[in-house]
Design a binder for this molecule. Structure first.
Ligand SMILES: Cc1ncc(COP(=O)(O)O)c(C=O)c1O
Length: 371
């Protein structure tokens, strides 16, 4: 009972209403129910499934097979199931990919790419291939260092609301941080050499990081790379060089099956497009109340970000949204403003409620707004 009240107290606004949190996506109700059922006490609980058991191996194989079907991943790519979060990859990428080179190119597109760049600078000479702030420059204008071991992009800037629609063909391997948009759209693996993502937003729950890597990039890790962080070593051990994150893999398996049963990544892309279009349309109608800095061609379908035209009204907006049951809309602390997160598990009803609220708040103009 104590832990139940702790969990309820931990949810701002209580368990009712809808969360638009950027940090973690909600699980669809049926996925959450299946996961909860598998946590039952006893020997068969998923919470104590040994990673050495045949049952776990089957789970991992099925999870990988489902991921491969959904994203049409070519055979030459390996799928790694790692712990440590996407931020750990910021360091592991240079450690694993630089080889004898010491240079890497990065696209600076906002908050998360800058964190990746800062970490990479501890290991590599980093050059900025392009700056993509309110808009993404055409790839023909990028200045990718031809001697770079790789070029890194953040496919969806979670904090800034800017998203790459597609990926260019580059003279060096292209690496994408897809932590906030993996499995929200089809991918072209003829353009990408490595994709990584923490699974907490679009693929399940925190604790698992997926790395999908062209095997040509394996075997280049620097000697000082911790062995459990060496992509090649983990690929050779089927990601079981140490205990893998069993429970998040189980949740990802259920989420992947849910995505497949609901039309796959094309259907997720259509839903993201439809839902973000509805949010952006309501924001455009409320011009004068809301302002968006990202160019319309590059606005995120997953994390629409905006500001109140009168920034002093941001707290009023957020409080009114909370009171209306629309939670976790505050922008990233480094960016401010308001951020809507439309991950795969967000219900259409949540988006409808948000759109109604955006319209109602704008109609109230500068007058008092209690709800
Ligand atoms: C695009 C992007 N990259 C990386 C991260 C960091 O993920 P983690 O907290 O799993 O390290 C986040 C988290 O929000 C993110 O949105």
């Amino acid at each position: 009972m104590a832990s139940r009240s702790l969990a309820e107290a931990a949810v701002p606004g209580g368990a009712s209403g809808f969360s638009f949190s950027a940090a973690a996506g909600p699980l669809p109700d049926e996925v959450a129910a299946d996961v909860a059922a598998a946590c039952r006490p006893g020997r068969a609980s998923i919470l104590s499934l040994p990673f050495t058991s045949p049952a776990f191996r089957r789970l991992q194989e099925e999870t990988e097979a489902c991921l491969r079907r959904l994203l049409d991943i070519p055979d030459r790519f390996r799928v790694l199931f790692l712990a440590g979060g996407a931020s750990a990859q910021f360091a592991l990428l240079p450690l694993n990919l630089l080889g004898t080179a010491c240079r890497a190119s990065y696209v600076d597109s906002g908050c998360w790419s800058r964190r990746a760049i800062a970490e990479a600078r501890r290991y590599a000479e980093v050059s900025i291939a392009a700056r993509a702030l309110a808009a993404i420059p055409d790839a023909a204008e990028w200045q990718v260092d031809p001697g770079a071991a790789y070029c890194h992009v953040t496919s969806n800037e979670t904090a800034d609301g800017l998203q790459f629609r597609d990926f260019p063909a580059l003279p060096v391997p292209l690496v994408a941080d897809m932590t906030s948009d993996l499995l929200t759209r089809p991918l072209d693996f003829t353009r990408l050499s490595l994709v990584y993502a923490g699974t907490q937003k679009t693929v399940g729950t925190p604790g698992l990081t997926l790395v999908i890597v062209d095997e040509h990039l394996l075997g280049r890790a620097r000697p000082e790379t911790p062995r459990v962080m060496d992509y090649g070593a983990q690929a050779g051990a089927d990601s079981r060089l140490c205990t893998p994150p069993v429970f998040p893999i189980f949740v990802a398996h259920h989420m992947l099956q849910w995505i497949e049963a609901h039309g796959g990544v094309s259907a997720m892309a259509d839903a993201a497009r439809r839902r973000s279009d509805a949010a952006y349309a309501a924001l455009a109608e409320g011009e004068g109340t809301y302002a968006i800095s990202v160019d319309s061609a590059h606005r995120s379908h997953i994390n629409p970000c905006f500001r109140l035209a009168d920034e002093a009204r941001t707290a009023l907006f957020l409080n009114a949204a909370d009171a209306a049951g629309l939670h976790d809309l505050r922008g990233h602390p480094e960016v401010g403003g308001v951020r809507v997160s439309l991950y795969n598990g967000v219900a259409d009803a949540a988006v409808d409620a948000l759109v109604d609220f955006l319209r109602a708040f704008a109609r109230r103009g500068s007058g008092p707004c209690a709800a």
